[in-house]
Design a binder for this molecule. Structure first.
Ligand code: NAD
Length: 499
C-alpha cells in the first residue's frame, strides 16, 4: 500500500495531516507523509485538569465494567489490525509481520486486562489482636501519563493503557515525535470502543498530546499526574526519573537495554543461530530487547561466528512492506550515523568487523544498513553502550562465572539468555548468582516477550514493570485496613495506654 492509502484506511482527513508544525517522515523512503498540529504547551494544564475530572467519574465505575471498555478496544483492534499494522510499518519502518505482531500484542494485553478487571485482588491478613480483622485493598490512583518511544509506537501505550484503565485511571499519552500518527490512529480506534460502551466513559478518559520533550515534561512535573510511565533512552530516564520522584509521583521507567546471550559448549548451535539472528537483526536491531552482546565459549566460538557470518550474508534487506524482507530501515539518518560511529569506535578498540555498511542499492531511499557482527577482544566502553542499530558484539569466555560476570558487567539490565543443554548451567544462570536482568531466558533469545509476564529491567533500564503478572499493582494505591469488631481497644505490640 502507498502511504496515502494507509493513512486514509485509518480515517485520517487531509486537514489532520497538513498545516501543522510537526513533520512526520516514513523511514521506508524518508518521505514526508504529514505535517501535524502539536499540542500547545499552554493547553497542557487543561488536558491534565480534564484527566483529573475524568478520574473522579471513572474510579467509581465498577472494575469489570471498566474491563468491558478494554474488551471493546480489543475488538476494535482486531477489526483494524491490518490497517494499524501497515501504519506501524509506514511510521516505524517495521517489516509487515512485525507491524502486525505489534498490534497482536495490543490485542493480547487487552484480553489479559479484561480478565484482570475481575481479579484486582487484595488480601486478608491475620491480626494479632482479638476481634480484629486486617485486610488490604487496591484503589485507583489517578491520571497516568504515558510517554513512549518510536520503536514500539503502539504496543507500549497499550501495555500501560489497558492496565491503567481497568485499574480506574485515565490516561494521557505523549507518543514519540517520530511516530505521532500511530498514536492518533489508536485514539480513533479507542473512540470507537468508547462510543460502543455508552455513557460510562467520561470525557477525557484517554487523551493524546503531540509534541517533543517539553510536552512530555508538562506531564513529568505535574503533581496531578501521580503515575508517570516513560519508555525510551536511559538519557531520557535520567532526566524524567528524578523529576517525578522530586514531586512524589510514581515513575514507571522502561529504558535502554544491552542484552546478552551466553552460548555454552553444550548449546544446540543450529537453534542458537536462529535465535541470535532474529534477536540481533529483527526490527533492524531497534528493540529495547535486541541482542547486542554474544558471549561464546571459546570451544565453539569459531564455528558459531562462521555460521553467523554466513547467515548474515544472505539476509534480505529492503522495503519492509515487501514479502521476504527481513531487515527494514533504521528510523532515520541520525540512527545510521550513530551505527557507523559505533562501528568505527569498536574497530579502533580492536574489533574485527563483519558487515555493517550502509545499503543504498535495492532500497527505496531511507536509512538502510547491513547488520554488523563485531568480534571484540573484550567488553570495551563501546560494547557497554547501547547503540540502537543491528550491531552484535562477540566475545569469548572460558568458564561460566566469567561469562556471567561479562553478562552482568554493563550498566543496563533488561534482557538476557543462555543457550545450554546443561541443567546446572541453566539453573545457575537463573539463580541469585546468575543474570542480574529483569528478563532471563534459557534456550530462547532475549527479545520477543509475551504479555503474560511482567516486563522491565534493572539498573539503568529503570526498574519499572509493565504488562503481565502483577504489574497492575504499579497503577493502583494499596490500602491496609484494620477493623475492630470487639468491645475492647487493645493496642498492637502489647502497648498499654490506659486513661
Ligand atoms: P528517546 O529517549 O529519545 O524518546 C522517548 C520518549 O521520551 C519520546 O516520546 C520523547 O519525546 C520523550 N522525551 C525525551 N526527553 C524527555 C524529557 N526530558 N521529558 C519528557 N519526555 C522526554 O527514545 P527513542 O529514541 O524514542 O527510543 C529508543 C530508546 O527507547 C532505546 O534506548 C530503547 O532501548 C528504549 N526502549 C525501552 C523500552 C523498554 O521497555 N525498556 C521499550 C522501547 C524502547
Amino acid at each position: 500500500m502507498e502511504h496515502a492509502q494507509v493513512l486514509s484506511a485509518l480515517g485520517f482527513s487531509n486537514d489532520e495531516l497538513t498545516g501543522g508544525s510537526l513533520a512526520v517522515h516514513s523511514p521506508i523512503d524518508g518521505a514526508e507523509v504529514a505535517r501535524i498540529a502539536e499540542t500547545p504547551l499552554s493547553d497542557m494544564a487543561t488536558v491534565i485538569a480534564q484527566s483529573k475530572q475524568a478520574f473522579k467519574a471513572w474510579r467509581t465505575v465498577p472494575a469489570p465494567r471498566r474491563g468491558e471498555l478494554v474488551r471493546l478496544l480489543g475488538e476494535e483492534l482486531r477489526a483494524a489490525k491490518d490497517e494499524l499494522g501497515a501504519l506501524v510499518t509506514l511510521e516505524a519502518g517495521k517489516i509487515t509481520s512485525e507491524g502486525l505482531g505489534e498490534v497482536q500484542e495490543m490485542i493480547d494485553i487487552c484480553d489479559f486486562a479484561v480478565g484482570l478487571s475481575r481479579q484486582l485482588y487484595g488480601l486478608t491478613i491475620a491480626s494479632e489482636r482479638p476481634g480484629h480483622k486486617m485486610s488490604e485493598s487496591w484503589h485507583p490512583l489517578g491520571p497516568c501519563g504515558v510517554i513512549t518511544a518510536f520503536n514500539f509506537p503502539v504496543a507500549v501505550w497499550s501495555w500501560n493503557a489497558a492496565l491503567a484503565l481497568v485499574c480506574g485511571n485515565p490516561v494521557i499519552w505523549k507518543p514519540s515525535e517520530k511516530t505521532p500518527l500511530t498514536a492518533l490512529a489508536c485514539k480513533k480506534i479507542f473512540e470507537k470502543a468508547v462510543s460502543r460502551l455508552g455513557n460510562d466513559a467520561p470525557e477525557g478518559l484517554m487523551q493524546v498530546v503531540i509534541g517533543r520533550a517539553d510536552v512530555g515534561e508538562a506531564l513529568v512535573t505535574s503533581r496531578d499526574v501521580p503515575i508517570l510511565s516513560a519508555t525510551g533512552s536511559t538519557r531520557m530516564g535520567s532526566v524524567v526519573g528524578p523529576k517525578v520522584a522530586a514531586r512524589w509521583g510514581r515513575p514507571i521507567l522502561e529504558l535502554g537495554g544491552n542484552n546478552a546471550m551466553i552460548v555454552a559448549p553444550s548449546a544446540d548451535l543450529e537453534m542458537a543461530v536462529r535465535a541470535i539472528v532474529f534477536s540481533a537483526v529483527g526490527t533492524a536491531g531497534q528493540r529495547c530487547t535486541s541482542l547486542r552482546r554474544l558471549i561464546v565459549h571459546k570451544s565453539v566460538k569459531e564455528e558459531l561466528v562462521a555460521k553467523l557470518v554466513k547467515a548474515y550474508g544472505s539476509l534480505p534487506i529492503g522495503d519492509p512492506r515487501q514479502d521476504g524482507t527481513l531487515i527494514g530501515p533504521l528510523v532515520d539518518r541520525g540512527a545510521l550515523d550513530a551505527m557507523q560511529g559505533a562501528i568505527a569506535k569498536a574497530r579502533s578498540e580492536g574489533g574485527t568487523v563483519h558487515g555493517g555498511g550502509p545499503v543504498t542499492e535495492g532500497v527505496p531511499g531511507g536509512a538502510y544498513a547491513a547488520p554488523a557482527l563485531i568480534e571484540m577482544p573484550g567488553q570495551t566502553e563501546t560494547v557497554k553502550t547501547e547503540t540502537f542499530a543491528p550491531i552484535l558484539y562477540v566475545m569469548e569466555y572460558e568458564d561460566l562465572d566469567q561469562a556471567i560476570e561479562l553478562q552482568n558487567g554493563v550498566p543496563q539490565g533488561l534482557s538476557s539468555c543462555i543457550f545450554t543443554l546443561n541443567m546446572r548451567e541453566a539453573e545457575t544462570f537463573l539463580s541469585a548468582t546468575g543474570s542480574d536482568c529483569g528478563i532471563a531466558n534459557v534456550n530462547i533469545g532475549p527479545s520477543g516477550a509475551e504479555i503474560g509476564g511482567a516486563f522491565g529491567g534493572e539498573k539503568e533500564t529503570g526498574g519499572g514493570r509493565e504488562s503481565g503478572s502483577d504489574a497492575w499493582k504499579g497503577y493502583m494505591r494499596r490500602q491496609t485496613s484494620t477493623v475492630n469488631y470487639s468491645a475492647e481497644l487493645p493496642l498492637a505490640q502489647g502497648v498499654k495506654f490506659d486513661i
